[in-house]
Design a protein around this ligand. Structure first.
Ligand SMILES: *[C@@H]1O[C@H](CO)[C@@H](O)[C@H](O)[C@H]1NC(C)=O
Ligand SMILES: *[C@@H]1O[C@H](CO)[C@@H](O)[C@H](O)[C@H]1NC(C)=O
Ligand SMILES: *[C@@H]1O[C@H](CO)[C@@H](O)[C@H](O)[C@H]1NC(C)=O
Ligand SMILES: *[C@@H]1O[C@H](CO)[C@@H](O)[C@H](O)[C@H]1NC(C)=O
Length: 207
């Protein structure tokens, strides 16, 4: 009697194990994103994106390449006719982040330590993330972006509207907006911060 219950329990347990394995087999977005997060860590951003550059060094980017938490809340404000989906904002984040990294790589000499020890690798981590991201979010041929999102994508490709920013600010913004748009990957149980709140850093000076 006891033994048969034991067998039954084993059967159930192995079934659960199998089920969990199947769930895990789906490509997990958080894993490659956490690798990106580790590389965007504040000490690395400071060292490779600030200290390795001349003081007050800036590069030219499109206005739209400045993508901050404030932009997210503004774009997310309800518009019943053309609601902006989280997916739209994530698409935007990925495009702007990768474009920003490219911009910095373009001004760096071949042998610059920031390129060799940091940014080329970060660029690759983003490409790996992009693969998993597009597997999980295959393009939806039916749906078009809301107009205000499409406008941004268009202006990102245009030849006008330039602004000077520091290389570090590009990755700072990329990091903060990532925590907001991919919250599920970064929320811890004891988390006191709402990563989409523009003021959350006040209590968390390290990032
Ligand atoms: C950033 O990463 C370095 C090396 O991986 C680690 O030593 C450091 O503690 C990290 N810093 C923060 C603020 O997480
Ligand atoms: C860098 O910029 C700050 C603030 O604009 C300015 O006070 C400082 O003099 C600049 N430093 C150099 C070396 O140009
Ligand atoms: C974010 O806001 C700034 C300032 O209003 C604006 O110049 C920029 O184009 C916005 N970025 C995006 C991606 O909408
Ligand atoms: C966008 O707005 C919706 C509804 O107000 C909210 O639930 C969601 O968390 C917001 N998303 C972001 C990324 O701020």
């Amino acid at each position: 009697m006891v033994q048969s219950e034991c067998w039954l329990l084993r059967g159930v347990l192995s079934f659960i194990c199998l089920l969990l394995m199947c769930i895990n087999a789906a490509p997990d977005l958080c894993k490659p994103l956490k690798t990106v997060q580790e590389d965007l860590n504040i000490s690395k951003r400071r060292r490779f994106m600030k200290m390795n550059f001349p003081i007050n060094y800036t590069i030219q980017v499109h206005y739209e390449e400045v993508f901050k938490l404030r932009n997210i809340s503004r774009l997310n404000m309800s518009d019943d006719e053309e609601p902006v989906l989280k997916r739209d904002l994530q698409d935007l984040w990925l495009t702007i982040s990768m474009q920003g990294i490219k911009k910095v790589l373009n001004v760096l000499p071949e042998r610059h330590p920031t390129r060799q020890k940091y940014l080329s690798n970060l660029d690759n981590l983003f490409k790996q993330f992009e693969v998993v991201y597009s597997q999980q979010n295959p393009p939806n041929g039916e749906r078009e972006y809301p107009e205000r999102i499409q406008d941004i994508f268009d202006r990102l490709q245009s030849d006008e509207g330039w602004k000077s920013v520091t290389p570090k600010s590009i990755l700072d913004n990329c990091y903060r907006t990532m925590l907001c748009l991919f919250k599920e990957c970064f929320t811890k149980e004891d988390d006191r911060y709402d990563y989409c709140d523009e003021n959350w850093r006040r209590g968390n000076k390290t990032t």
